[in-house]
Design a protein. Structure first.
Lengths: 137, 68
C-alpha cells in the first residue's frame, strides 16, 4: 500500500505553481491528443512524486527531488531554470538526438554531471525525465 | 510554452507543435544578445532573465517587423 504524505489537491496546486514559475503552458485544450497524453503522463509522474514526498517545489518554483537509487552531494537534485548554456548545449546535439538533448539539459539545469542520470535506476530517472520533458515542450 | 515571439508586427507562436522551449528561448536569447550591449555572459542568463530582456524589446520588435 503506497503511503502518501501530501494530498492530491495540494500536489496538483504545487504542480501548477511549478508550471507558472517556469513559463510552461499547462493548457491542454490546444494540444494534440498525443501531446495531451504525454503531458498528462508527465503530470501524473510529478504529482505522484510530490504526494510521496520525493519531490517538492521550492519557493522559486523549482522542483527539488530526492533520489533513492544514487548518492549525490547534498542528497537532493534541484532543477533550476534553464540558462543560455542549456540551449547552446542542446543546440550542439544533432537533430533527432532527443535523448542526448534531454540529458544535456538535465545536467545543465541541475548542475549535476550527466553520469548521475546515467547511474539512476528507472524509479528515479522517470521523475527527472518527466520534469525535463516539460522543459523541452 | 506560454511566451509568444514577435512575427509580422504581432505576438505569435509557432504552429505544428514547434512552439517549444528550446526553439523559442534560443531565438529570444539570440535577439537579446544582439540588442543589449553590456549583458553578462549570455550563457549564464536564466530563462526569467531572457524573458525580461525580450519583453523589453517586444514593442520595438513589433514596430520593426510590421508589414509595410
Amino acid at each position: 500500500m503506497t503511503e502518501y504524505k501530501v494530498d492530491r489537491e495540494t500536489a496538483e496546486q504545487e504542480f501548477d505553481r511549478f508550471l507558472d514559475a517556469m513559463d510552461i503552458d499547462g493548457d491542454t485544450a490546444g494540444m494534440t491528443d498525443e501531446d495531451r497524453q504525454g503531458f498528462d503522463g508527465q503530470k501524473q509522474t510529478i504529482v505522484s512524486a510530490i504526494r510521496k514526498g520525493r519531490l517538492y517545489i521550492n519557493e522559486n518554483g523549482e522542483p527539488v527531488f530526492t533520489p533513492s537509487t544514487v548518492e549525490i552531494d547534498g542528497g537532493v537534485i534541484t532543477f533550476y531554470e534553464p540558462s543560455g548554456a542549456s540551449y547552446m548545449a542542446m543546440d550542439s546535439k544533432k537533430k533527432g538526438h532527443d535523448v542526448a538533448k534531454m540529458y544535456a539539459m538535465m545536467a545543465d539545469m541541475t548542475k549535476q554531471p550527466a553520469k548521475v542520470f546515467a547511474k539512476m535506476k528507472q524509479r528515479d530517472l522517470k521523475v527527472c525525465q518527466a520534469v525535463a520533458v516539460l522543459f523541452l515542450a | 510554452m506560454r511566451t509568444p515571439l514577435v512575427r509580422g508586427g504581432e505576438d505569435a507562436k509557432h504552429t505544428g507543435g514547434e512552439h517549444v522551449r528550446p526553439v523559442v528561448y534560443s531565438e529570444m536569447l539570440r535577439q537579446v544578445a544582439r540588442d543589449y550591449s553590456g549583458l553578462p555572459d549570455v550563457r549564464t542568463l536564466r530563462d526569467s532573465e531572457i524573458r525580461f530582456f525580450y519583453e523589453g524589446l517586444r514593442p520595438e520588435l513589433k514596430q520593426a517587423t510590421k508589414p509595410r
